[in-house]
Ligand binder design. Structure first.
Ligand code: NAP
Length: 304
């Protein structure tokens, strides 16, 4: 007979793995789907996490492993599948995967995080993997003793630049204005790095090179400038991949799912947790909190 889970969680980042721990501990038959065979979501992109309580100075990889091994202690089925569509028929929700398989559940938690926002400039797509990257901890080692740029002014850009300054000969963080979203502690740390500098009020217009990145062109006021570069990491935030749910759930204008602290979406039995939820503060700690709340809401829904 076809298995119908109590709870299906889409996404195995901080929110999804937290939801899995809470769901399984509440005795819900629980499945987690993620398109990658390595779990941790955006955490995996972060070279150093310094603000997760109790576990300072962890790499994102180490913290992901801890979350995953904790969730694996419980009776959770993990699937390496790309969830493409969410359907809702009466009380049963179906997740249709790219492979053609379908998972069914009484409740669903969407914890699918976000995808890297693109600059949308010439050269960005063409030179992807040839000097253009979005994950410093994945690709930073390829730029040993090279000169790189990091685009963005949030925590990710600063964490990337601090990490890369230990590997590269020179790192330039380039931001479109002179105010940063990043925590002041990260800004101060980067300012203290001898081989790093911060360029403000410059807007990247193109990434140039034939076989690989050779330079970037920027606008500084009304003047155009070109900087030589071996690589550029783009760290300008995340956007939700809304294709899974946009047909059935209410979202904000940017496509994040509207749900309050109880993580209930506009459809009964479907919950949203972590970065995919329209929210005020996107952190590992807030994603973990969402995962717990969403699993608890799913439990209450099933009890009813
Ligand atoms: P973010 O906080 O949304 O910052 C994105 C940055 O990119 C902003 O400075 C923004 O500029 C800039 N930007 C956006 N679109 C741009 C464009 N088209 N062209 C040029 N610049 C653009 O994103 P994030 O840094 O990835 O962080 C996401 C969340 O994860 C945040 O809540 C962050 O605190 C959290 N995080 C935490 C840590 C940590 O504490 N260890 C590490 C990484 C991420 P404007 O400021 O001008 O809008």
């Amino acid at each position: 007979m076809e298995k119908i889970y109590d709870l299906i969680i889409v996404g195995a980042g901080a929110a999804g793995l937290s939801a899995a721990i809470y769901g399984a501990r509440a005795n819900l038959s629980t499945a987690v789907i993620d398109s990658k065979n390595i779990f941790g979501g955006q955490m995996l992109n972060t070279p150093e996490i310094d603000n997760y309580p109790g576990l300072p100075s962890m790499s994102g990889f180490e913290l992901s492993e801890k979350f995953y091994s904790h969730a694996s202690k419980y009776n959770v089925d993990f699937f390496e599948e790309k969830a493409e569509k969410l359907r809702c028929e009466k009380d049963i929700k179906s997740i249709i995967c790219k492979s053609g398989s379908i998972l069914k559940g009484k409740t669903v938690i969407i914890a699918s995080g976000g995808v890297h926002r693109k600059l949308g400039v010439p050269g960005e797509e063409r030179l992807l993997g040839k000097g253009v990257g979005y994950c410093a901890s994945c690709d930073g080692a390829l730029f040993r003793e090279k000169e790189v740029f990091v685009a963005g002014g949030g925590d990710t850009a600063f964490v990337y630049a601090i990490y890369l300054s230990r590997i590269c000969s020179r790192v330039h963080l380039i931001h479109r204005r002179d105010k940063f979203r990043a925590a002041e502690s990260y800004v101060a740390r980067l300012r203290n790095m001898k081989n790093a500098d911060i360029i403000t009020n410059e807007i990247i217009k193109s990434i140039n090179g034939n076989e690989k990145v050779e330079s970037i062109t920027v606008m500084s006021g009304s003047a155009e400038k070109e900087y030589p570069a071996d690589g550029i990491f783009i760290a300008i935030g995340v956007e939700p991949d809304k294709s899974l749910y946009e047909e059935i759930l209410d979202t904000d204008p940017a496509g994040f799912i509207i749900a309050k602290e109880d993580c209930k979406t506009s459809v009964e039995g479907i919950f949203a947790a972590g970065d995919v939820r329209s929210k005020y503060f996107r952190q590992i700690s807030t994603a973990v909190g969402d995962g717990a709340c969403a699993a608890h809401s799913a439990e209450l829904y099933l009890e009813r």
